[in-house]
Design a protein around this ligand. Structure first.
Ligand code: URA
Length: 212
């Protein structure tokens, strides 16, 4: 069974986890990707933002949300009163999955459930070290990694939800799910895009208010 678990050192801090993740072969995605893209940000952040998987730019640069979706996310975080340097940013899957078209261009491919499950030990380890009070899931892949496969973002976006419990703590992680910033960029026209962007900022605002 594919799993990152054998690669995750126990009792490690965030830097040690990042180092170990760079050698992960827990599923086959490492073969075609340039590098592991681990989470980034303060290990003391109260809020963890969770995306799907690195994109083309993230794969080249080795950092999450540095491409077009990341620029949009930075703007939305700022507007919601959650500056990027106050959060810990990561992805449900740590390697870029893609398909080559015309030989050169690399097009994002949605990770399979098997890959999400295989990669979960990294996200679990990040949650265990950072121990955020809040998590924002950007899109269905992240939301379902945390809340189960029957979770529907469209039905429950922008709600304060009970996420997984920390083993030794009565308080569960509070989770807000919203759409992925890439879906805002894919909106069919400027008006739809503005509307989708406003709704994303509003969902982030739910987390910001709960944290205040
Ligand atoms: N999309 C994601 O889900 N994560 C990234 O890091 C970049 C784009």
């Amino acid at each position: 069974r594919q799993s990152a678990a054998p690669f995750v050192p126990s009792g490690a801090g965030i830097d040690e986890l990042r180092e170990a993740a760079s050698g992960c072969r827990g599923c086959s995605l490492y073969r075609d990707a340039t590098q592991t893209v681990f989470g980034q940000g303060s290990p003391r952040a109260r809020l963890m933002m969770i995306g799907e998987q690195p994109g083309d730019r993230e794969d080249r640069q080795g950092a999450p949300f540095v491409g077009p979706a990341g620029r949009l996310l930075n703007r939305a975080l700022e507007e919601a009163g959650l500056p990027r340097d106050s959060v810990y940013l990561t992805n449900a899957v740590k390697h870029f999955k893609f398909e080559r078209v015309h030989g050169k261009q690399r097009i994002h491919k949605k990770p399979s459930r098997t890959e999400v499950v295989a990669c979960w030990p990294w996200l679990a380890a990040e949650l265990g070290v950072v121990r955020p009070e809040f998590a924002v899931c950007l899109g269905a892949t992240a939301a379902q990694a945390l809340l189960g496969t029957s979770f529907r973002v469209t039905a429950h976006r922008g709600e304060l939800l009970d996420g997984p419990r920390y083993a030794d703590d009565a308080d569960p992680l509070v989770v807000v799910a919203t759409v992925h910033p890439s879906s805002v960029l894919r909106a069919p026209d400027p008006e739809a895009r503005e509307d989708a962007y406003r709704r994303l900022v509003a969902d982030l605002g739910v987390a910001a208010s709960a944290m205040a």
